[in-house]
Design a protein around this ligand. Structure first.
Ligand code: UDX
Ligand code: ADP
Length: 475
């Protein structure tokens, strides 16, 4: 419904620009919880839209537990995936911006701040195509003050070129806190919903959508900048916890302490809390590194160098953790992995997602490939092409990667055949239940298991003749 009288305005049609890991699941849950609202999700990537529209739900572009069921319930009822971007924007009362926000690779702020190319393109098309009054919601995580940029672009075209009718916009920040692998659970039962804005009417319109399933006391309304900064800060704090526990994992290995015991002992202190204390191969995912880099950039911009240095160390520690795991693997294999087969158990950045962005498996794999190792990679949800693309993002020399030899294996048993080592990189549940007696017979001795997630029970390995190194314990 397009109306200029904002007080009587109701949200009947939503358009989400960007059908990715955030846009897809978020809109699916909104469609499920608000059956009276039409939700159109658009994307410039036609293949992605085709995959969302596929009858075969195993072909959805994103793997998330519980997502396929919601898509089956809502798709083509009040949830639509479309490539008709202009039309869906024209029709929408509320538009969510949920497009790519990668780190800049060239120019001012390269390697630190976010490349706003996609957000800006999106704002421009909304500015041109939207009609009447439209609420524009930042869903993607963005640098603080991006809402100002979006406002300026939107307000550059105040009249519809065809009808000369006035158009007006309100901009809100509504960062998404979902974690991949638990996206549906997080969306259905969020810890909080954060809405930042400076116009109470539009804040109420968005709040009314969430009130369909989120208790009012969990909906926090702030100014725009607090909302944008809160998202960066939440991710920075979470990532900092992972780097903190990973730093202690190295001390455990050196001293004979056990990281699991230490995590438990500190986590029982209510002030610390027990979550996000699992050691690992370093955090991955599209958000943590990018958001911290952004925070660092912001701090440096305001000449807060000590603040910038403090947060930068979280990333430095993360890189160091990946690097030290690679070095341990090489060292245990007599300082030489040239021509040796190494099985990778898992390639996604965490369990229950097919996302490989910033996965530690990429860097650790790349280091080993450069040493001449042959990687045999298993992952229940990540395909060959994704792995190839992931390696190419950090090493553009395609021949180098091809010659280095890696393979993607579907049957988990095949990765162990003749392998000198197996490295557990993702905590997929199936890796907890491997029959190590059977596997030990397939590997070339002396063989090693490197458990970077600390999910393998030592008792299950020691009698098989395999050597086991576990994160935060060593050996
Ligand atoms: C994160 C935030 O949790 C989420 O709120 C935000 O919206 C997006 O970024 P995500 O990246 O999907 O979500 O996954 P998360 O569960 O936070 O894990 C990030 C990385 O940290 C993963 O590589 C994970 O394996 C690692 N991690 C997490 C650990 O190594 N140990 C832990 O204890 C927790
Ligand atoms: P996220 O994890 O933030 O959801 P993704 O990369 O998974 O990020 O998804 C972002 C999506 O946004 C991609 O599918 C991309 O094709 C889409 N996109 C980027 N720019 C535009 C645009 N101007 N119009 C429509 N879709 C866009």
């Amino acid at each position: 419904m397009q109306e200029n009288n904002i007080n009587h305005f109701r949200i009947n049609k939503i358009c989400c620009v960007g059908a990715g890991y955030v846009g897809g699941p978020t809109m699916a849950v909104i469609a499920k919880k608000c059956p009276n609202i039409i939700v159109n999700v658009v994307d410039i990537n036609k293949n992605r839209i085709d995959d969302w529209n596929s009858e075969d739900l195993s072909k959805l572009p994103i793997y998330e537990p519980g997502l396929a069921e919601i898509i089956a319930e809502t798709k083509n009822k009040n949830l639509f995936f479309s490539s008709e971007i202009d039309k869906c924007i024209e029709d929408a009362d509320m538009i969510f911006i949920s497009v790519n926000t990668p780190t800049k690779t060239e120019g001012i702020g390269a390697g630190q701040t976010i490349d706003l190319t996609w957000v800006e393109a999106c704002a421009r098309i909304i500015s041109n195509k939207a009609k009447g009054y439209t609420v524009v919601v930042e869903k993607s995580t963005l640098p603080v003050k991006t809402a100002q940029t979006i406002k300026e672009i939107l307000n550059s075209s105040r009249r519809d070129i065809n009808t000369n009718n006035e158009k007006t916009f309100s901009v809100l920040s509504n960062p998404e806190f979902l974690a991949e692998g638990t996206a549906i659970e997080n969306l259905v039962n969020p810890d909080r919903v954060l809405i930042g804005g400076d116009d109470n009417n539009s804040i109420q319109l968005l709040k009314d959508i969430y009130l369909n399933w989120v208790p009012e006391n969990k909906i926090i309304c702030t100014n725009l900048w607090s909302s944008e900064l809160s998202k960066l800060t939440a991710n920075a704090f979470l990532a900092q916890r992972v780097s903190s526990i990973n730093s202690i994992s190295a001390i455990c290995e050196a001293t004979g302490a056990n990281i699991k015991e230490v995590s438990k002992a500190i986590g029982m202190d209510k002030r610390i809390g027990g979550k996000f204390l699992n050691p690992g191969p370093g955090f991955g995912g599209s958000c943590f590194k990018k958001d911290i880099l952004n925070l660092v950039y912001l701090a440096r911009y305001f000449r807060l160098d000590e603040v910038a240095d403090f947060w930068e160390k979280v990333i430095i520690l993360n890189n160091w953790q990946q690097n030290r795991i690679y070095k341990i693997i090489v060292e245990k294999l007599f300082g030489n992995v040239n021509g040796k087969k190494i099985a990778f158990l898992g390639f996604s950045f965490k369990a229950n997602t097919n996302d490989t962005r910033e996965s530690s498996a990429i860097n650790i794999g790349n280091y080993l490939l450069k040493e001449g190792a042959k990687l045999s990679i298993h992952d229940p949800k990540v395909g060959f092409k994704q792995i190839e693309d992931a390696f190419l993002t950090i090493d553009q020399d395609r021949n180098n990667i091809k010659n280095s030899q890696w393979e993607k294996v579907s049957n988990i048993i095949d990765v162990f055949e003749g392998a000198d080592a197996a490295v557990v990189l993702t905590e997929w549940s199936e890796y907890r239940n491997i029959n190590w007696d059977k596997v030990a017979n397939l590997m070339r001795k002396p063989a090693w298991v490197f458990d970077t997630r600390s999910i393998i029970e030592r008792d299950k390995i020691i009698n098989t003749g395999l050597n086991l190194w576990s994160i935060g314990l060593g050996f």
